[in-house]
Write a protein that binds this ligand. Structure first.
Ligand code: SAM
Ligand code: SF4
Length: 326
């Protein structure tokens, strides 16, 4: 079992499989984003070796992310291998959904248990604007395929002031009335060289809740108001599904954080919103053995930062979101 110095049990590993993406969401990466050469990224056997070490340290949940994880070659085989690791109880994925029409069933068959699909608006024009070139119909088809393959549906929406903070939010929340889905609204976080844009276009949970309740009625807190993962969850009147809020900026969940992250280039990052990293891939390629890597990972986890520094206007500057994986 991996504990940090504050007594938090760290057992959830998010692995970014690639920094590449088939979209260019404007809250995630700059338009002129450049990507790393493939040789700088973890190869399949390197991902598996590190994941096995984390599993040995008591990590039970792995989430695959990116960039866009589904654009990684061998994605189905990677999922199958990770799902088969001793100690790993759940392999999940966060995806933009564009390729799910083809991949949802093979991923389910390979042992993927959960899918979070990003959808910021159902309006085709605004979707294209937010993703810089995407087609919302691809994502809707992906959601249907995921449902057919038996995945519980969780949708993630990032809200950007001036683009999707009003009727789009209401339309997304309305989906939970007829569908047993969870639609989660994520406060935009500042990272890297697009931080000014992000800070200037953030919409708070309080504002979102007021917008939704004014249009669709009062929401009732679920789970006795406790967090479900990182989300605070509510239900609209007579709704089959739920509405969640992930409010890392105005209502952080750092005290309950159980995560470690591996970036696509093999760096261990203990806080999404702090730059400090340990270069595991370099150590591994330099010949470090499993025991040495295990000891270094354990030590880094012990020193996991208590929380982010957004309240003190301190935010990460080295990477943008697509390079870490959310
Ligand atoms: N490409 C996949 C996707 O979009 O779901 C996985 C990677 S993406 C970086 C993971 C999550 O981070 C997505 O739900 C995305 O909407 C969210 N995200 C991206 N930039 C963000 C930001 N600045 N603040 C908050 N969430 C962000
Ligand atoms: Fe790609 Fe996901 Fe970032 Fe959008 S949020 S650019 S889909 S990595």
């Amino acid at each position: 079992m991996s504990l940090d110095q504050y007594g938090r049990r760290i057992d959830y590993l998010r692995i970014s499989l690639t920094d590449q993406c088939n979209l260019r969401c404007l809250y995630c990466m700059p338009e002129d984003m450049s990507f790393q050469p493939a040789s700088h990224l973890m190869q399949d056997d390197e991902i598996l070796r590190l994941a096995r070490i984390f599993a040995g340290l008591g990590f039970t949940k792995i989430r695959l992310t990116g960039g866009e994880p589904t654009v990684r070659g061998n994605i189905v085989e990677i999922v199958r291998a990770l799902a088969g690791l001793p100690g790993v109880r759940e392999v999940a994925m966060t995806t933009n959904g564009v390729l799910l029409q083809q991949l949802a069933r093979p991923l389910a068959d390979a042992g993927l248990k959960r899918l979070n699909i990003s959808l910021d608006t159902t309006d085709p024009r605004k979707f294209r604007h937010l993703s810089r070139w995407g087609n919302v119909n691809d994502v809707m088809a992906g959601i249907r395929a995921a449902e057919k393959a038996g995945f519980p549906i969780k949708l993630n929406a990032v809200v950007v002031r001036g683009v999707n903070e009003r009727e789009d939010v209401v339309d997304l929340a309305r989906l939970t009335i007829d569908h047993a889905w969870q639609v989660r609204f994520i406060e935009m976080m500042p990272l890297g060289r697009i931080a000014d844009f992000q800070l200037n276009h953030i919409v708070s949970e309080n504002e979102l809740r007021a917008t939704i309740e004014a249009a669709l009625g009062p929401m009732e807190a679920q789970n006795g108001g406790r967090l479900d993962g990182e989300a605070r969850v509510f239900r609209l009147p007579d709704a089959r599904g739920t509405v969640g809020f992930i409010s890392s900026v105005t209502n952080p969940f750092c005290a309950a954080c159980n995560r470690a992250r591996l970036t696509a280039d093999g760096k261990l990052r203990l806080c999404l919103l702090r730059d400090k990293e340990l270069d595991l891939l370099n150590l591994l390629r330099g010949g470090a053995g499993d025991e040495e890597l295990t000891a270094l990972i354990e030590k880094s986890i012990w020193y996991k930062p208590w929380g982010h520094g957004l309240a003190e206007q301190s935010y990460p500057t080295h990477r943008v979101m697509s390079e870490i994986g959310g």
